[in-house]
Design a protein around this ligand. Sequence first.
Ligand SMILES: Cc1cc2nc3c(=O)[nH]c(=O)nc-3n(C[C@H](O)[C@H](O)[C@H](O)COP(=O)(O)OP(=O)(O)OC[C@H]3O[C@@H](n4cnc5c(N)ncnc54)[C@H](O)[C@@H]3O)c2cc1C
Length: 288
Amino acid sequence: MRIGDLFGRREPVFSFEFFPPKTPAGEEALMRAVANLRALQPSFVSVTYGAGGSTREKTIDIVTRIKRDYGIEAMAHLTCVGHDRDEIAAILDRLAACGIENVLPLRGDPPQGETTFVRPANGFGYAAELVRFIRARGHRFSLGGAGYPEGHQECRDLARDIEHLRQKVAAGVDFVITQLFYDNADYFAFVERARRVGIDVPLVPGIMPIVNVAQIERIARLCGARIPTELGERLRAAADDAAAVQAIGIDHATRQCRELLAGGAPGVHFYTLNQSPATAAILAELRR
Ligand SMILES: Cc1cc2nc3c(=O)[nH]c(=O)nc-3n(C[C@H](O)[C@H](O)[C@H](O)COP(=O)(O)OP(=O)(O)OC[C@H]3O[C@@H](n4cnc5c(N)ncnc54)[C@H](O)[C@@H]3O)c2cc1C
């Protein structure tokens, strides 16, 4: 099933994102989360691509297993980091051979400690170039693209950033999944900017339920997401009480999702961090 074909139906498209674990115990935990979340009948799941090292190999394995063993549609992320064109071509051929029909082509982040992305020799400098390469090779994949409601960290000029997204979509992206955000006003303004420049594909909001204060502050800092003052204060006041933090996180994400769907969002992509309880609780609330 091509993910691009799932939109425009009556039901919202709910999806879950996982990452390939580094240890066998982590892999067991992931498969437990997949099994738990399967009951919620996601439209698809996606598996991230590591910044380097051994987990990169696992992305294809996990996506293939989820699709084959659990019968859930799955999408593989792929980045330009550290790959030349021949390597990317080999990965794409392997994905196709494994029966994977959906890919999220990304540029990837600069390595830790570096602020600018350096194009790999004979590789790609922007996700749009990777998208063009995939389309030029004639693959039938449905392709996603990353979007940034608050602007990408390296391009805080929102008008320029949305123009870059327009070019990426024009290169052959079927739908966009956004970076996580905690203030819906940022998403709605992003949709407005996108529509104004002619981006007409589905723009799926990405939501990461908060389960741990220190963790979310680190993640938000890394990806440049703003935590609204009032939410930040509530979280810090409850920081020593894990159950209270999780309850605040679930409450905030549930309200965010309700408002997003009511405001026309085509679905929600949940950044699960390989854990099921918070996402399950939110979806249960949304479907009540
Ligand atoms: C849904 C989602 C999933 C993700 N999954 C992963 C993952 O699995 N693995 C991983 O490592 N990272 C992942 N990331 C993070 C992502 O790799 C980083 O945010 C990265 O810094 C940008 O990737 P991109 O594909 O958005 O890049 P691009 O679309 O290439 O944009 C990168 C920057 O370049 C600018 N730009 C684009 N085109 C041009 C141009 N022609 N001229 C000048 N500037 C330009 C953009 O404005 C932006 O600032 C994900 C992000 C999202 C939102």
